[in-house]
Design a protein around this ligand. Structure first.
Ligand code: AMO
Length: 482
């Protein structure tokens, strides 16, 4: 079956400058895009063999590389009997290299009134080289649209990635990170890295992966939190980091991983509202760029073409308006209670109750001003008490998309004495945090920041139902390989 994506949405990646390599003079996408210029020229192309057709004196090969697919036409007179026979017996997904002449394909017959497709090009091969023969049978179909269970896909991820819509997911992942970086750099942030091997918990004591660091017990870091704050003490003012975070949580849900990528910022001389502004502008830039960039659109189309084969609605990239709605924690609790949900002031808002909020707020919305008790020790109090309840509110916020939390953040406690009180109040030993507390001893700017789960935001962009879809090789409770 000819996939719609190649016909309707030529891959604009080929608009990039491709330098010939040892194994190809041109990409397959380039043959389609620049076919009229390349007519009658000799090219060398390489790719995976999706299918071969034809017996006797001729054979047609559908060849796919990372930029598209092209038909290669083999004739006994041009290529010789042995080569032709070898290609006819070749297994699907083998990697082949062909040299040949670019030619225009005979246009397909179209019924009256139907649109005439743009000209397509093929390569008439004069030589073939088998790079690597694929074993048969394949554990997973690459071009068919039969539903495959996620576990089977993840067990055979290298093949799953060859499927056009899955391949598109990971290109989009790269794009989203690129757009995020662009937006932050535009606002004066710069990228940095903090250690992933650490001596103490960051986000709470229990969800840690222990390890031995030579003779000393250590952990994989749960988030860059404490170190990005030390950057503020160091006068770096505006930093961001895109890096792995490890959580030994025993959740087994569609939105939890044990290793995820956290997109973090930290910003000096700023409060919670300031960094909520940074976040919504960044997300706006991400969504707008996906909606406007032809390359990103091609990936969205590839995903939608697959969704159509599964009877699923196409995903639509709706650029959100600024500012995003803000629903304070107190108002959220009232809303949930009014809608019949079971919740008390001071409870966390679980996914079921978030569904009630999502009825009115189906896309991005902030939940600012959480109770201090629900936020970590590094979050800043709101001065004074909440009048209606007499309870202590914080400058911590979440960003949700419908039912799912995408980001937590807030203004940080920069007063050392209060910070030490917070640690004690949360049953943590300030001495174990000495490396962190020391950063507050010699002057520190007020600061704020957030951490965004990259897989969660990608899940929202691509309509994926499971966060594992957005990770090359997910790490969850049951999976540590491949
Ligand atoms: P938090 O723990 O809420 O905050 O994490 C921030 C965001 O990271 C994502 N996330 C996860 N994604 C997949 N699997 C998980 N197990 C998982 N846990 C978290 C979520 C979440 O909103 N230091 C603070 C951030 C800050 O205040 O700057 C923190 O880590 O999208």
């Amino acid at each position: 079956m000819k996939r719609m994506v190649d016909v309707l949405h030529p891959n604009p990646r080929t608009m990039a400058t491709w330098v010939p390599t040892a194994y190809r003079t041109h990409t397959l996408g380039e043959i389609q895009q620049r076919g009229s210029e390349l007519l009658d020229q000799e090219v060398t192309v390489s790719g995976f063999m999706e299918a071969n057709r034809g017996k006797g004196a001729i054979c047609f090969v559908d060849l796919r590389d990372g930029t598209g697919t092209t038909q290669v036409f083999l004739k006994k007179d041009n290529i010789g009997e042995d080569e032709l026979d070898m290609v006819q017996r070749m297994t699907r997904e083998s990697t082949l290299q062909f040299t040949g002449i670019v030619s225009q394909k005979r246009p397909p017959k179209v019924k009256e009134g139907e649109p005439v497709p743009p000209p397509a090009y093929e390569v008439i091969a004069s030589s073939v080289h088998v790079i690597a023969r694929a074993e048969a049978p394949l554990p997973l179909g690459v071009t068919d649209t039969v539903h495959v269970a996620l576990d089977t896909r993840l067990d055979n991820r290298f093949l799953d990635l060859r499927r056009t819509h899955v391949n598109a997911m990971f290109h989009l992942r790269g794009k989203i990170l690129q757009y995020g970086r662009e937006a932050l750099i535009q606002e004066g942030f710069f990228e940095t890295h903090t250690p992933k091997i650490v001596a103490t918990a960051t986000e709470g004591g229990t969800d840690l992966f222990p390890m031995m660091y030579f003779d000393t017990p250590a952990f994989l870091n749960q988030s860059p939190q404490l170190y990005k704050q030390l950057c503020m003490s160091g006068g770096l003012e505006r930093v961001f980091e895109v890096g792995p975070a490890f959580r030994a949580e025993k959740h087994d849900t569609y939105r939890h991983l044990n290793e995820f990528i956290s997109f973090d910022i930290e910003c000096s001389w700023a409060n919670d509202e300031d960094v909520m502004g940074v976040l919504e502008r960044m997300i706006h830039h991400m969504w707008k760029s996906v909606a406007e960039d032809a390359e990103s659109q091609a990936y969205i189309h590839a995903i939608n073409d697959y969704r159509a084969t599964q009877g699923e609605e196409p995903i639509e990239v709706i650029v959100p308006e600024l500012p995003f709605p803000r629903l304070s924690y107190c108002d959220a609790i009232e809303t949930i209670q009014r809608k019949g949900g079971t919740i008390e002031w001071g409870d966390d808002i679980d996914a079921e109750n978030s569904d009630l909020l999502a009825e009115d707020l189906p896309q991005f919305y902030f939940l600012p001003r959480w109770p201090m008790d629900l936020k970590p020790f590094y979050i800043h109090h709101v001065e004074g008490e909440d009048g209606s309840t007499g309870r202590q509110l914080s400058r911590g916020f979440d960003l949700n998309f419908g039912r799912d939390e995408l980001t937590s953040g807030g203004q940080r406690e920069h007063r050392m004495d209060v910070l030490i009180e917070n640690l004690k109040a949360m049953d943590l030993n300030p001495e174990e945090f000495e490396f962190y507390v020391a950063g507050f001893r010699h002057g520190v700017p007020p600061h704020a920041g957030w951490g965004l789960g990259v897989e969660r935001i990608l899940m929202k962009l691509t309509g994926a139902k499971n966060v594992r879809e957005t990770v090359l090789f997910p790490r969850d409770r049951r999976r540590v390989s491949p």
